[in-house]
Design a protein around this ligand. Structure first.
Ligand code: 5AD
Ligand code: SF4
Length: 428
């Protein structure tokens, strides 16, 4: 989502006659867009400012969740002029103008103003073959470890019409792959584009939005992220089975495999309920593969409770996973919980879990050998004539080619598998 926001910030500034610099040394305005989800966010920000600030710097702006969480404390760094939130970046051009004109030296703008922000953003520029589209922002779930409900605000779903227009405009300019994004994307409930006479105004769920977007001309591949297990409906599983452009891949973070911990995290489901959804999904859409996020060392997590997480991961057999040590975040309920776990224990548990997850990932990659997979190529590899792309499961696929493949879909016969990528040959 920060990548999406950063692009929209750049579009907004260009629309106000600012120009993008090629590197920080020649930039007069430095904008840092930040994430606060895990530790040391503020230190990382301050050290990056130290690295990039130079004699040409006239304005330093800090946006996103660190600004939102730190509020005016951020100005303890004396070179920061503007702190703006994830919901106020449409007003950044005027703030920069004010600082440049010497009208104000420090500006704090961290309101929650999602609807207004989206209305004010200019048309997308610098369109690529693969693009994110934000459909929903914020979160009402209040998992006890998480800062997002405080920094991104309450849930907001963009009207379906605006999303469809944004997607159509991207497709008309050559985008082939779209990823619909939201902090809690499968709780999307946006205003429907039309009114049925005699009926109250409808809202669309993600399921309906995907079915409509999938019909648009030019779309080759559709993804969405990130979802919450409790909002995962049977209908969404059916959409995966029915809609060919939607990838047979779902990121459904489980965080822990133990019921007491899931409850303490306020996740709203048990391990068995999660497993039941996975089984049902596999039943409805046999090609489906999963990825997940995990947190180890949540306050008071015992060795047995941690072992439940490893067991659940092994049972599901995830294609890719993202696992983290629990990180204490200011003003979240878990920060005040008894039984904070020492870092060495978290470190050890993370290594054990990651070893189990890697085994599944390697197993998945090995199973691809001999298969032909559709790959969208994104960048060059390290060796000459190497190109790297992604298959439907977000796995990296490497091939050799004398022609530039970037931005193209190709069928690739997979020949060898590694831990984090597979290699193969383009087949016509
Ligand atoms: N500590 C560690 N990991 C966290 N995440 C969110 N908050 C924390 C935290 N305080 C992880 C969760 C989430 C992912 C985006 O980041 O696994 O799904
Ligand atoms: Fe954070 Fe996701 Fe929980 Fe929302 S659902 S509070 S974003 S972890």
């Amino acid at each position: 989502m920060n990548a999406y926001d950063a692009k929209r910030i750049s579009d907004t500034l260009v629309a106000h006659n600012f120009e993008q610099a090629f590197d920080a040394t020649e930039a007069e305005i430095l904008i840092f867009y930040t994430c606060n989800i895990r530790e040391r966010a503020v230190q990382k920000l301050f050290s990056n400012i130290g690295l990039l600030r130079n004699e040409n710097t006239k304005v330093i702006a800090v946006g996103g969740c660190v600004a939102q969480a730190e509020k005016s404390n951020i100005f303890q760094h004396k070179h920061i002029n503007i702190a703006f939130g994830a919901q106020t970046y449409h007003r950044l051009p005027e703030h920069i103008e004010d600082v440049l004109a010497g009208k104000r030296r420090q500006i704090l703008d961290i309101e929650f103003d999602q609807a207004q922000k989206f209305e004010c953003l200019p048309e997308r520029k610098n369109v690529s073959f693969s693009e994110f589209v934000t459909i929903q922002e914020g979160c009402d779930n209040f998992c006890t470890y998480c800062v997002v409900p405080y920094t991104r605000g309450r849930e907001y779903s963009r009207p379906a019409k605006d999303i469809i227009e944004e997607v159509k405009s991207l497709l008309s300019r050559g985008t082939k792959e779209i990823t619909l994004i939201g902090q809690n994307v499968n709780s999307y409930h946006g205003e429907a584009p039309y009114i049925s006479i005699g009926k109250p105004k409808e809202t669309w769920r993600l399921e309906r939005l995907i079915r409509e977007i999938a019909e648009l001309d030019g779309l080759r591949r559709l993804r969405y992220t990130t979802s919450h297990p409790k909002d995962f409906t049977t209908e969404l599983m059916r959409v995966h089975a029915d809609v060919p452009v939607l990838v047979p891949f779902a990121h459904i973070p489980v965080q822990s495999g133990n019921d007491r911990i899931l409850n303490a995290m306020n996740r709203g489901h048990t391990a068995q309920e999660y497993m039941d959804k996975i089984a049902k999904f596999q039943d409805i859409c046999p090609r489906i593969q999963f990825s997940s996020d995990f947190i180890v060392g949540f306050p008071s997590e015992t060795e047995e409770e941690f072992a439940d997480t490893v067991r659940l991961a092994e049972l599901v057999g995830y294609t890719i996973s993202f696992s983290f040590k629990y990180s204490r975040r200011k003003n979240t309920p878990a920060d005040k919980m008894a039984g904070q776990i020492p870092d060495e224990t978290k470190e050890r548990r993370l290594a054990i879990l990651q070893q189990a997850l890697l085994k599944d990932q390697i197993c998945h990659n090995n199973a691809l050998v001999g298969q032909t997979q559709e790959v969208l190529f994104e960048k060059v590899g390290r060796k000459p004539n190497q190109y790297i792309g992604k298959n439907v499961y977000l796995q990296s696929v490497i091939v050799e080619s004398n022609v530039n493949l970037i931005g193209q879909f190709k069928n690739v016969k997979i020949e060898t598998a590694g831990e984090n990528s597979v290699m193969g040959k383009v087949v016509e």
